[in-house]
Design a binder for this molecule. Structure first.
Ligand SMILES: Cc1ncc(C[n+]2csc(CCOP(=O)(O)OP(=O)(O)O)c2C)c(N)n1
Length: 282
């Protein structure tokens, strides 16, 4: 069912909360991959609060939709959402990435409920997602598999091997996303290794491709729903995003790929987020 104005309002409010929580946890744990955690947030919020068929009380439910965060360094943002959904007590996040905590910077599927695959070494999530999608087909299950990759991650050759396989198997139960924030760890993607035209490359490997504004809930919802109707091929949704989205002192700056926050910076970042959301009409 398409997102209503009310639905979009609800997701916007949730994204506000999640972005604030990412900042708070980054302050307590000493540092995190802030830029990419903030850029991926709106797509993850749309998936977890509207589209994924999941049940936090049954994390291993066989018929659940699968989600793989292939850009595993965004784990702080993903854990924030999993905790908020009730997969675990979110108070545990106060020890995020500390010794003895179940949470490392990259989530571990053996220790974090709701995490279907341990990621962090870039370039492997899509292949895992393909395995899950093939598994659904073989076992005649109707769950969908979703996978989120970074754009810098597309430099990994394994992404392209996997994408050929997904096209070959016509995996229409698979939806992948690229968090196209145009920055990788050390600068603009196109200066480091040319990636464009990303959509034409996936198209050539047998994918349906959609290019959207990855911060526009209406567009995100429309694309996810369209992908559910595409037959005979997997879909990739290239989400144009802004690294550090919501914190204007970090937006579009490669140096905020990873960073720590002292209390002044935390307060500044929270104030930026509040200002950003208060300025959204409605
Ligand atoms: C195989 C591998 N090589 C290097 C790294 C180190 N690394 C962590 S994040 C990152 C940059 C990824 O860029 P991108 O996918 O664009 O992430 P985003 O901007 O969305 O955070 C790199 C190189 C890694 N995690 N895995």
């Amino acid at each position: 069912m398409p997102l209503t104005q009310e639905g979009i309002k609800g997701l916007t409010k949730k994204a506000w909360e999640i972005r604030r929580a990412i900042i708070e946890t980054t302050f307590t744990c000493g540092g995190s991959h802030l830029g990419g955690s903030l850029s991926q947030t709106d797509v993850l919020v749309a998936l977890y609060y509207k589209y994924l068929r999941i049940d936090a009380a049954r994390p291993q439910w066989e018929d659940r939709d699968r989600f793989i965060l292939s850009k595993g360094h965004g784990g702080i943002g993903w854990a924030t959402i999993l905790g908020d959904k009730g997969f675990f007590d979110k108070a545990l996040l106060k020890d995020f990435n500390k010794t003895g905590s179940p949470f490392g910077m990259h989530l571990d599927s053996r220790r974090v409920k709701g995490c279907d695959a341990s990621t962090g070494s870039l370039g492997h999530g899509l292949a895992i997602a393909i395995g899950l999608a093939v598994g659904a087909r073989l076992r005649k299950k109707d769950y969908r598999t979703y996978c989120m990759m970074g754009d810098g991650e597309l430099c990994e050759g394994t992404v392209w091997e996997a994408s050929i396989l997904a096209g070959h198997h016509k995996l229409d139960n698979l939806t992948a996303f690229v968090d196209r924030n145009s920055l990788m760890i050390d600068g603009p993607t196109e200066q480091i290794t040319t990636l464009e035209p990303i959509d034409e490359k996936f198209k050539a490997f047998g994918w349906e491709t959609l290019v959207i504004d990855g911060h526009d809930f209406a567009a995100i919802g429309e694309a996810i729903e369209k992908a559910q109707t595409i037959k005979g091929k997997p879909t990739i949704i290239i989400c144009k995003t802004i690294k550090g989205k919501g914190v204007d002192i970090m937006e579009g700056q490669a140096q905020w790929h990873y960073g720590g926050l002292n209390s002044d910076l935390r307060d500044q970042a929270l104030a930026c987020i509040d200002k950003h959301y208060r300025e959204i009409p409605g």
